[in-house]
Write a protein that binds this ligand. Structure first.
Ligand SMILES: Nc1ncnc2c1ncn2[C@@H]1O[C@H](COP(=O)(O)OP(=O)(O)O)[C@@H](O)[C@H]1O
Ligand SMILES: [Mg+2]
Length: 291
């Protein structure tokens, strides 16, 4: 008997439409008001005396892409971590298809992240000792696919994202843009319900960053995943179906953070390692371990 929790090989390969942007683009405007795929209500989160989220409501429809913009320190990463079940918020609720997520044990949230979510972070999330192919195959194997099925699907994903020939390279042998494409393939191979991306192009030059974002948005759309992407780049945000702007832990009217305070605050080093900076440690957050 086939175990329904183990993906069939055909479930792992990229869609036949490849990453053609319009082929599988859901018509979000036709959304009928059914429960959103992912919803946050009254989200509050404090780190000690710092209020990172001060009461945020957010909905993510099926197949919808949502850009989260705002100055450094405005709560974007915290919102993403709360929505993804990495952080349990101090207040408020997150529901995935109507099911409250924070009611789940850490073990179940870890399983949820592994099986139903995909993640792309700024850098460092690829396992340096594994090849590109093995990195992409890993999440499929963790959800129960055989090594050979997972690797065959990983090869197809790499080819679909323009990385044919790079399968055997380790992350250190890839350019920044190539590494992020591998990360996108790795996030999508399980066809997750939601992909979370935190400044996925933050370490790339603008052109490479745009190329990677296009691959991320198009391929996420093609597999029918919903996408939450934190970005500083208004061009990138414009490719998403919708955008929210944050300031001081709140969602503020669109555009009110643009041009001012975007990026590091005065006196703050650009790219400083925030306490929650997403290095390789994040892999354990996603695939297991408590926080
Ligand atoms: N792990 C943490 N410990 C303490 N404070 C934190 C932590 N993570 C974030 N913060 C603080 O919470 C606020 C929001 O941070 P964050 O969500 O990372 O903002 P953004 O992603 O918009 O730059 C900031 O004041 C930040 O310094
Ligand atoms: Mg951040």
């Amino acid at each position: 008997m086939t175990d329904p929790t183990i993906p069939a090989p055909g479930d792992l390969v990229p869609p036949a439409t490849g990453t053609a942007p319009d082929a599988a683009r859901p018509v979000t405007s036709a959304w009928t008001g059914a429960a959103p795929r992912l919803a946050g209500r009254g989200l509050v989160h404090r780190f000690g005396t710092t209020t990172a989220l001060a009461g945020v409501d957010v909905d993510l429809a099926d197949g919808e892409s949502l850009a989260v913009m705002g100055p450094s320190g405005s709560g974007k990463s915290t919102l993403l971590h709360v929505l993804a079940g990495i952080i349990v918020p101090s207040g408020g609720t997150v529901t995935l298809r109507g099911e409250p997520v924070q009611a789940l044990s850490e073990k179940k949230r870890s399983l949820l992240r592994r099986t139903r979510y995909g993640f792309v972070f700024q850098f460092g999330q690829l396992l340096s000792e594994l090849s590109a192919l093995e990195n992409v195959a890993l999440p499929a194997m963790l959800t129960g696919a055989s090594r050979s099925d997972a690797q065959a699907a990983a090869g197809q994903w790499l080819a679909a994202l323009g990385l044919a020939g790079a399968e055997g390279r380790r992350p250190g042998e890839l350019s920044g843009g190539q590494a992020q494409r591998v990360a996108v393939a790795r996030a999508l191979i399980t066809r997750p319900e939601v992909v979370f991306a935190d400044e996925p192009t933050g370490a790339l030059d603008q052109q490479t960053g745009h190329d990677v974002m296009k691959v991320l948005v198009d391929s996420t759309r093609a597999v029918g995943s919903s996408l939450v992407v934190v970005t500083h780049d208004a061009d990138v945000a414009a490719w998403c179906d919708r955008r929210i702007d944050m300031r001081d832990g709140l969602v503020v009217p669109p555009g009110s953070t643009t041009g001012e305070g975007v990026g590091p605050r005065p006196g703050e080093k650009p790219g400083r390692a925030l306490p929650d900076d997403l290095g390789s440690a994040r892999v354990s957050d996603v695939f297991g371990g408590a926080r």
